[in-house]
Design a protein around this ligand. Structure first.
Ligand SMILES: [Zn+2]
Length: 673
């Protein structure tokens, strides 16, 4: 029978309208799931941004699924597959086989990938070539088995159903029941697989990213089912204008309220991703004049050249200034003529949390941004120390490892304020490039040069295992690790050597430190990013150069104070940050207090860091709190943190806990404006 043209048009309009209303309700539900942890206008804007992105996608999916459903004539197939008594045992047999085959395929692909990876030392290309061969072979076996096995299962289902009907019931195998059973099996299967996988892979923050899309898809499917039953259509219809209103609100926010946009960007998992893709946040920031960050010069203070070398993953007790055995003559030499900070603590135990705190001067829990790869894309509202120094008139350059943190395509914002950046993985090559650059610069007469801020970050110790994730036992482990420290020292030698022709009073102030340590078996952990014991957060800090006193400083200091320290060493009033400047200690203008100084460190939960741990050090006392449980150590007497004194020193615990809570719940504004 032919439907008249006007009827077909009406059908098409109804089709589109119902797909659009299903998409609207799906998009709103996804937004609400996302915004559950947000508040106020940020929450509404987050819903709006998700609606903007999800509405067209869900609409396209709805239309495509409807088209596929019609194209495959699913109803007709189901009708044709009905057998005696109205049931569909053959179809059930095939579906059960497909389900089992999918589980078998998944398990076999996982097992083969793991086996290939383990026998090829995890070389990605070899795994990449062999894996498809294995997968295709497994799939072919499953295809070969399909017909006989599916028929057996179908026969068994038919026999069962016959007995059931013989007892006077109607068939068990109606299309709806078969589909329902398949759905229940699938959800249960995914749940069991997730439980098994989760225990093995450790922490992975997937929920925030996965929940909104799943909520959207389930809602869209339900909306279509209700539509087909002609029930609750008003709900979908009401969501159409609502989606337009919240989507419009997000558009308004993006155009007129950059602060709310940036807040959603920093805090919303999926909505932040949407903003990242749809809007250019850095262009908002590029409009801000450097004048805003210009520090105030301290009268009479010189503006020396500053060289900052951050070495990734340096465990303090392996380096010579702190009694370590590693072959590091250059660092030892700097320590002999400069200030050695005995108790310097990194703000966190992983690069993407430590470095941002060090360069912004914000406590690690107050840095905003979005995790990108292994790095963190910084909230453009943060001000970096290189920007402050550049605004002060310094020439700012960076020689950095590596691309994922400082490369132009990484988009992390970490090089903001650096006028010239070179990125290179190999620290020796990087140092050579820095030396060449400096040699060219030294040809300009000193009087015509601006003061210099040079920052180099090298990653050699981070790769001490040589890429293997197998645990190596001591003493080989220590040898491997200390070899990379020695290599770092040779890199440092090149940078120090580049200034050796200068008179001592014209030499740069050198600052050498690290973003975090390495466990190396301490407290049962092999690497870092896992706890806040000294092995992971106590780092070397050596400052040497004109005006810096030769001293060993026993006051506790935090690298969150690095930004204000650099600005003060440059001859400017330190900006007000969460970390105090330690320049007066280095320059000898303030005596150290061995029982004082505060360092706060935090693990921030994200893609690979379980978070939930915070620590505070004051003087020689260190408190670590994990999910309410406190550990107390006297680190001056017990630097390896073997003897937990929490039960014996309740007053000390209470005192440090109050200080810790202050840091955890700091309410001062994160942004300067
Ligand atoms: Zn690191």
């Amino acid at each position: 029978m032919r439907v008249p043209a006007s009827g077909r048009l009406k059908q098409l309009v109804r089709w589109i309208a119902s797909s659009w209303s299903a998409a609207s309700i799906g998009a709103i539900v996804a937004g609400v799931v996302e915004a559950a942890t947000l508040r106020g206008s940020t929450a509404i804007a987050a819903v709006g941004f998700i609606v903007l992105a999800a509405l067209p996608i869900l609409f396209a999916l709805s239309v495509s699924f409807r088209a596929l459903w019609l194209g495959w004539r699913v109803d007709a197939i189901a009708e044709a597959a009905r057998e005696e008594g109205g049931g569909m045992p053959s179809v059930a047999g095939w579906l059960v086989y497909f389900w089992l085959a999918a589980v078998a395929l998944g398990a076999a692909v996982f097992a083969s990938t793991h086996a290939i990876a383990a026998t090829t030392s995890f070389r990605p290309l070899v795994v990449g070539y062999l894996q498809p061969v294995c997968s295709i072979a497994i799939a072919l076996v499953l295809v070969g088995l399909s017909r006989p096995l599916a028929r057996r299962i179908g026969d068994a289902a038919r026999t069962l159903d016959r007995r059931w009907r013989a007892a006077g019931h109607s068939t068990l195998l109606t299309p709806a029941r078969v589909a329902g059973a398949l759905l229940v099996l699938t959800v249960a299967g995914i749940g069991v697989a997730w439980l098994i996988v989760r225990a093995r892979i450790g922490h992975l923050a997937l929920f925030g990213a996965v929940a909104p899309p799943i909520a959207a898809l389930v809602t869209v499917i339900l909306a279509h089912l209700y539509e087909a039953r002609r029930a609750r259509r008003w709900l979908g219809r009401a969501c159409v204008p609502l989606a337009l209103v919240v989507g419009g609100f997000a558009g308004h926010v993006a155009a007129a309220r950059p602060t709310v946009t940036l807040a959603v960007w920093a805090e919303g998992t999926v909505s932040g991703f949407v903003i990242d893709r749809m809007f250019d946040l850095d262009s908002i920031r590029d409009d801000v004049s450097l004048d805003v960050f210009r520090p105030v010069a301290t009268p009479g203070s010189p503006h020396p050249d500053l060289v900052l070398v951050t070495i990734d993953t340096v465990r303090v007790d392996r380096t010579p200034p702190y009694g370590g055995k590693a072959d590091m003559p250059v660092l030892a030499g700097l320590a002999e003529r400069g200030a050695v900070f005995e108790w310097a603590f990194a703000p966190s135990n992983v690069t993407r949390r430590s470095i941002p705190s060090m360069v912004t001067g914000l406590a690690p829990n107050r840095v905003r941004g979005r995790v990108r790869g292994w790095s963190l894309r910084l909230d453009p509202r943060h001000v970096l120390v290189a920007e402050r120094l550049r605004a002060a008139g310094y020439e700012t350059v960076g020689f950095m490892c590596c691309d994922n943190f400082w490369g132009p395509s990484a988009g992390t914002g970490w090089s903001r304020g650096l006028e010239h950046v070179e990125v290179e993985k190999n620290g020796h090559v990087l140092a050579k490039r820095a030396v060449d650059w400096l040699a060219r610069r030294e040809q300009t007469p000193a009087k015509e040069r601006r003061p210099l801020f040079l920052w180099m970050h090298i990653l050699e110790p981070h790769g001490w295992t040589g890429g293997s994730t197998e645990l190596v036992a001591a003493p080989l482990r220590d040898q491997l690790y200390e070899r990379t420290l020695a290599a770092s020292d040779r890199i440092l030698a090149q940078i120090v050597g580049a200034f050796s022709h200068r008179a001592p009073e014209a030499a740069p102030i050198m600052v050498v430190t690290a973003d975090h340590g390495e466990a190396l078996g301490d407290h049962g952990e092999p690497f870092h990013s896992t706890d806040l014991y000294n092995s992971q957060i106590r780092v070397p800090l050596v400052i040497a150069g004109p005006g810096v006193q030769q001293a060993r400083i026993h006051e506790t200091v935090s690298l969150t104070g690095l930004a204000s320290t650099l600005v003060e060493l440059a001859g400017y009033a330190p900006p007000e940050t969460d970390g105090a400047s330690i320049a007066p200690l280095a320059l000898g203008t303030r005596p150290p207090d061995p029982d004082g100084g505060v360092a706060f460190a935090a693990m921030i939960q994200d893609r690979s860091n379980p978070g939930g741990r915070v620590a505070i050090v004051r003087g020689g006392w260190k408190l670590i709190v994990q999910e309410g449980r406190a550990e107390l150590y006297n680190v001056h007497a017990d630097p390896d943190e073997r003897d937990d004194l929490a039960a014996r020193e309740p007053a000390k615990v209470a005192e440090l806990r109050a200080l810790l809570d202050e840091k955890v719940h700091a309410t001062r504004p994160v942004f300067a404006e």
